[in-house]
Design a protein around this ligand. Sequence first.
Ligand code: ADP
Ligand code: TRP
Length: 329
Amino acid sequence: MDTVLSGIRSTGNLHLGNYFGAVKNFVKMQHENRCYFFVADYHALTTHPTPENLHKNIRTVISEYLAAGLDPEVATLYIQSDVPEISELYLLLNMNAYVGELERTTTFKDKIRKQPENINAGLLTYPVLMCADIIIHNADKVPVGKDQEQNLEMARKFARRFNHMYGVEYFKMPEPYNFGEELVKVPGLDGTGKMGKSEGNGIYLSDEPSAIRKKVMRAVTDAGPQEPNSPMTEPIANLFYLLDLLSTPDTVQHFRDSYNNCTIRYGDLKKQLAEDVITFTTPIRERINDIHNDSEYLRKVVKMGAEKARESASKTVREVREIIGYKPF
Ligand code: ADP
Ligand code: TRP
């Protein structure tokens, strides 16, 4: 059984892209692997959130992942800052991470561009903390998006360097994991490109039905098919992509047929799509609200997660300390 681990950014709500691209797979994987999922709230400090925002974001993220189907009894779901062993391993790993290589990391260079007024050392050593996150549980597989692949490569480099430096085979090399055939790229409704937070085109799991209707009805379309069986332009293909994800096969077939015989009315398609999105998100939205308001349940979940995570993390740190030469008298 593989150990799978993923860190969750504690910014923003989940949109359909996050759900179908990542979270849905986590929900499935938790039953087939030893899974660790955590809210990366130490990493979040690199952008200097206010204490209120930091706390609010953690609560939101945990509530949404639980509502989407992560089972805290099955997977280990925890908050990074509840596991102080991670910060100790981070400190130890920092001694063998070189400033030059950290400065060359793409995510660091991006951040310099995005927040030139706050180029803190936490940003520079972000890949070291990420490495600590991963190897503290000796994870085999790390599901990450494209933008995080270099950080994962750095994690392997630091793990390998540790093994080499102390002549041990202690850490495994964590591999990036993409969901293979199930890999989906959820498009936005603005004609081209993907759905994303930074793209500003997200349909969120927590969106009220009225907001969803508004967003879907504003979707970009074209002038309509000019002759039977014409190829679809990107905006229309994107609408069908979402329909495929969310509607019944009959509905999809109905609109495909009416596209192919040129009788399609995009307004009808959008109306149907909006209702199908709402049918899909409503139970999740209701669960998000219930969980978000249930402090007792949330306390129980994070306590259980922290206990499970610390059991594995403290064992690693104890052994690493010994390997480095911190031994009892
Ligand atoms: P955003 O693009 O909204 O900033 P993130 O980069 O935080 O989202 O996404 C976290 C994960 O969600 C990504 O690693 C990826 O697996 C998944 N994801 C995000 N957007 C999409 C999308 N449009 N289609 C498929 N998967 C996505
Ligand atoms: N850096 C990741 C992101 O921005 C989040 C993250 C932190 C992470 N630690 C991790 C992901 C460890 C995988 C493994 O999305």
